[in-house]
Design a protein around this ligand. Structure first.
Ligand SMILES: [Fe+2]
Length: 125
């Protein structure tokens, strides 16, 4: 099979703010405008197409596989910004990271309430 996830849409109250938040915290390249989207490109070819909505945002979950060095850098930016973070997806373990699957992981929210996650090992890996 050659089916690959190519892009997904991220609903946002403020498209520019959300795209900048993603690229700055994750350390990705500048967003690119494409039609109604601010396109954030992940390293594996999947793009996150941020789209403004005036309707209430339905919070989604977006997880990113990162290296140990990248985890340090991204987690550093999360704490520098004073963002809340959790070791678990339900927000029951604030101020902690997890060590699931022998790696490290942490959850935090984007400005719209989307729950973001970085992991250094894939689930079950
Ligand atoms: Fe997840």
């Amino acid at each position: 099979m050659t089916v690959q996830l190519n892009h997904t849409i991220i609903e946002a109250h403020d498209k520019k703010e959300t795209a900048a938040f993603l690229t700055e915290v994750l350390g990705l390249g500048e967003p690119v405008s494409y039609g109604p989207f601010a396109v954030v490109q992940a390293a594996n070819g999947v793009s996150l197409d941020v789209m403004r909505t005036d309707a209430p945002v339905h919070p989604q979950h977006y997880a990113f596989l990162v290296s140990e060095d990248e985890f340090d850098q991204i987690f550093g930016r999360i704490t520098e910004r004073g963002l809340e973070y959790w070791a678990d997806p339900y927000g029951r373990e604030p101020g902690r990271i997890n060590h699931n699957d022998g790696g490290r992981g942490v959850y935090w929210n984007d400005p719209n309430g989307h729950r973001l996650e970085i992991i250094t090992r894939p689930y079950g890996g």
